[in-house]
Design a binder for this molecule. Structure first.
Ligand code: HAM
Length: 421
């Protein structure tokens, strides 16, 4: 039996990989404009990092991590998300001491979660994410949301919606936590085992439970917005005011709690409203994590960021019928007839490639008609035809495939002529 790809993963083949390269290049470009610098961290980290940051009682840590022991008996985990690793790197490399502040970083790379695969949900997926660490100015919150929205818009998505909430500061969260315990405790035995465990440890997580989401107590649960203290409310208002000024529409949703524990104040998700996008409509999510740097052993430094998967982005583009301007054609295909001409074709494609053009020739000893077909298949803009006869005369026939126009060019100038065109 042949070996198959692991469940929840995908091969990204030529023909599709160009779309990935395009959106990744656009991501890098928008980060350049917003002044975020790339950081690359390992694919695996100490398991403890995710327990401490994403949170012991979250689904990610309890059910979805690819954790293993290495041969030195260390507990390691394939990263399920990027924020924890970036903050670990920020602390370890003392980036808080850099002259330029806040520290603004981005990453594009694979993440791993053992989830039930379906459209838009994979076990290995690629996140593009940003983190801005070192400022608690609400303008950074607005900037992070603006970057995400601008990126989607610049790629041609229009059916997107920003959903915004505030989880408040630790004092507000504490008051909300107590209200949640009071609300759920009398009937907690009607909830799943996970929720029963979460009641005392982390009742906010109950609101994020997939199993019990339709329980009547969920709808009447106290909302965090009723417990925001004055300072948290002021912060939330300012973020909204800035988004309004930047023409970034949003909807408020006091039930948006996110699935990771490190958030305070601003949280947001961006959803696709395109028809046929599928059951999972969240394109990206993020928020502010003011306590996280300290939890990981660094100084008290506030942070905010977001992440999106490229997989869901491409699904949204498809659902909205957006075609990306991806170029896949070849500059020149060299068709050769006769043994000497074939050898010369090898030299000519080499010259073309050195000059910066993409070039290809036949390697299967095909007849001339089949070589033309091959040129067609790779969408060649020019086809250069060389026979032993042309070789003797020191010329080559260059055909412009768009216009059909044919020009005889001297062999010594062929590469320069085609490259210039
Ligand atoms: P998250 O909401 O867990 O947040 O994931 C962010 C995004 O990653 C999702 O909106 C989705 O696009 C993508 N994603 C997550 N799981 C999957 C999956 N199984 N298959 C495909 N795509 C997936 C975080 O990861 C936070 N680190 C975001 C953040 C950055 N917060 C602050 N800074």
């Amino acid at each position: 039996m042949s070996i198959q790809i692991p469940r929840g993963t995908q091969d990204i083949l030529p023909g599709t990989v160009e779309l990935w390269q395009y959106v990744e290049a656009q991501a890098r470009d928008i980060c350049r404009r917003y002044n975020y610098k790339e950081v690359r961290t390992p694919i695996f980290e100490h398991t403890e990092l995710f327990k401490r940051s994403v949170g012991d009682t979250t689904d990610i840590v309890q059910k979805e991590m690819y954790s293993f022991k290495d041969r030195g008996d260390r507990d390691l985990t394939l990263r399920p998300e990027g924020t924890a690793a970036v903050v670990r790197s920020y602390v370890e490399n003392k980036m808080f001491g850099d002259a330029a502040q806040p520290t603004k970083l981005y990453y594009i790379g694979p993440m791993f979660r053992y989830e039930r695969p379906q459209s838009g949900r994979y076990r290995q997926f690629v996140q593009f994410g940003i983190e801005a660490i070192g400022s608690s100015d609400p303008a950074v919150d607005a900037e992070v949301i603006a970057l995400a929205v601008d990126y989607y818009r610049s790629l041609g998505l229009s059916k997107i919606k920003v959903v915004l909430n505030s989880l408040g500061d630790p004092a507000s969260r504490k008051a909300h936590r107590e209200a949640l315990i009071q609300h759920f405790e009398p009937r907690i035995e009607e909830f799943c085992g996970d929720c029963q465990n979460r009641l005392q440890k982390n009742p906010l997580r109950i609101l994020d439970c997939k199993k019990d989401r339709n329980h009547e107590l969920m709808k009447t649960a106290p909302s965090i917005t009723e417990y925001l203290n004055e300072e948290s409310q002021r912060y939330y208002d300012k973020v909204q005011e800035l988004l309004d000024m930047m023409d970034i529409p949003f909807e408020k949703d006091s039930n948006l709690v996110r699935g990771l524990d490190y958030y305070q104040h601003t949280v947001f998700e961006i959803m696709s409203e395109a028809e046929g996008f599928g059951a999972i409509t969240t394109l990206s999510g993020g928020g502010r994590y003011n306590g996280l740097v300290q939890d990981i052993g660094g100084p008290e430094m506030p942070g905010i960021g977001f992440a999106m998967s490229i997989e869901r982005l491409l699904l949204a583009l498809q659902a909205e019928g957006v075609t990306l301007p991806v170029e896949t054609g070849l500059d020149c295909y060299v068709v050769a007839l006769g043994d000497r001409a074939k050898d010369y074709a090898a030299k000519l494609v080499h010259e073309l490639r050195l000059a910066g053009a993409s070039a290809e020739k036949d390697y299967l000893d095909r007849k001339i008609k089949a070589q033309f077909k091959a040129a067609d298949r790779v969408n060649a803009r020019y086809v250069a035809v060389l026979g032993d006869d042309e070789l003797d005369r020191g010329v080559i026939n260059v055909k412009d495939m768009a216009t059909g126009e044919q020009t005889e060019v001297s062999l010594s100038e062929a590469a320069a002529y085609i490259t210039k065109k």
